[in-house]
Design a binder for this molecule. Structure first.
Ligand SMILES: Cc1cc2nc3c(=O)[nH]c(=O)nc-3n(C[C@H](O)[C@H](O)[C@H](O)COP(=O)(O)OP(=O)(O)OC[C@H]3O[C@@H](n4cnc5c(N)ncnc54)[C@H](O)[C@@H]3O)c2cc1C
Length: 393
């Protein structure tokens, strides 16, 4: 056993930490990945038609911090891609995020003048406003419009996505769905929106390609991890390691001893079309449809599709996570509710018993991290680990 550090999971959190520790601390790092491939939920691959599909759903990198793009450019050539989405409501395609154009689409231009004026003056200086804020607004017209969006799109989509009624879901998650207070058509209003030319997996391959890093896929780290409560240390394959960084689900690390944390999973179904285009946009959300939430046409997101024949549409069917099932066994989203956050705290107390155990990432920290936040967090977290490794060499 020649490793100083074990990193469990090869998503953004694990791969960034592995690379930084290998390169800047000159430590030997073993990355253990349960799936048959690296890159976690960012994994993408070319399908039989030459289309770059993202196996775990579509991902757009967007951030206001250019250093994040700069960091990723060490491992991949990036191209600018501004995501533009549509939502299918009452038989019509409307812009997503809902914006001033949507007001006219849903109410008719002739009925929109007053509400547009009110929205402008009530939210002046604000680019985007969570729909929940409209629903709770003191003005009748604004509240009515908020309720219209809420009923036609938000409530049903959210219930399908999370498998819960909206009153049960953490406000942090709910507040992620905004309305644009202008005619902005960009799905995301961050300054820098990029994708890697050759896809995410290639970028991860380059990130993990370092002489101090060994990657083992198709291996469940839980089969090798043991705890010594008295010594307050965690072991890998019977050996004490200076640190073990865990980026998988925290409840599984502790054998679900307090019960399982809830995660949401997806079943993604693919339809191939011989034409060059199948949807009116790269992603269409279907809040009123039964069973599925949105469809993605990956060809429309690709940097170069000159050699692609036909097109593929991937449709997402949210479902409950169950590690034992054939479908739905990938934990995509932590479901944050009051109860689940309390349960998470119990697991967190377990972590604090072990001085060489570190948690990082969406599943380990049971938080809804977007990529940019996840990357920033891993880069910051590295500074803690670095200090720890220097003082516990
Ligand atoms: C459908 C979907 C769409 C998204 N879209 C966007 C978007 O458009 N923009 C955006 O910014 N963010 C998006 N995100 C969020 C983004 O995916 C995450 O922020 C990021 O991928 C989290 O990386 P991570 O390394 O923390 O977790 P993960 O990518 O989940 O990596 C954890 C890894 O640990 C491995 N693992 C777990 N347990 C074990 C074990 N016992 N042994 C070995 N390995 C183990 C897993 O197999 C996995 O590879 C989206 C997320 C989802 C689910």
């Amino acid at each position: 056993m020649n490793y100083d550090v074990i990193v469990v999971g090869s998503g953004f959190s694990g791969s960034i930490l592995a690379r930084k520790i290998a390169e800047e601390c000159n430590k030997k790092v073993l990355v253990v990945e349960k799936r048959t491939h690296i890159a976690g939920n960012m994994y993408d691959r070319f399908d039989d038609h030459g289309i770059l599909i993202q196996e775990y759903g579509p991902h757009y990198l967007n951030t206001n911090k250019y250093y994040i793009i700069n960091f990723l450019e060490k491992y991949a050539t990036m191209f600018k891609h501004t995501a533009k989405l549509l939502s299918f409501i009452d038989g019509n395609y409307v812009r997503l995020p809902f914006n001033f154009e949507t007001v006219q689409q849903l109410l008719g231009s002739e009925n929109s003048e007053q509400i547009l004026e009110k929205l402008r003056s009530s939210f002046s200086g604000r680019d985007r406003v969570p729909i929940l804020e409209l629903v709770e607004h003191e003005d009748n017209d604004i509240r009515n419009y908020g309720n219209l969006l809420f009923e036609k799109a938000y409530k049903t989509y959210t219930a399908k996505q999370w498998g819960l009624s909206v009153d049960k879901i953490d406000k942090y998650v709910l507040n992620r769905v905004p309305m644009a207070m202008n005619y902005d058509e960009r799905y995301l209003n961050k300054d820098f929106q990029y994708l890697p030319v050759q896809g995410f997996t290639k970028m991860f391959e380059n990130m993990l390609n370092h002489e101090n890093i060994v990657v083992k896929t198709n291996l469940n780290a839980l089969d090798y991890i043991t705890f010594d409560e008295n010594k307050k240390e965690i072991f890998y394959d019977g050996n004490l390691v200076s640190s073990l960084i865990f980026t998988g689900p925290i409840d599984e690390l502790f054998g679900l001893k307090y019960g399982p944390l809830p995660y949401r999973s997806l079943d993604i179904k693919y339809d191939y079309y011989e034409s060059d285009s199948a949807l009116p946009g790269e992603i269409v959300s279907y809040p009123q449809a039964i069973g599925y939430t949105r469809s993605t046409e990956y060809r429309k997101i690709m940097y170069d599709c000159s050699n692609v024949k036909g097109t593929v549409v991937a449709t997402e069917y949210p479902m409950q996570y169950n590690p034992k099932n054939e479908i739905g066994n990938i934990p995509y989203y932590p479901v944050n509710t009051v109860e689940s956050n309390i349960l998470y705290e119990k697991y967190l107390k377990e972590v604090s018993k072990y001085k060489n155990l570190f948690l990082c990432g969406r599943l380990a920290e049971f938080k809804y991290y977007n990529m940019d936040v996840c990357i920033e967090h891993a880069l910051d977290y590295f500074e803690n680990i670095k200090e720890y490794l220097e003082t516990h060499a």
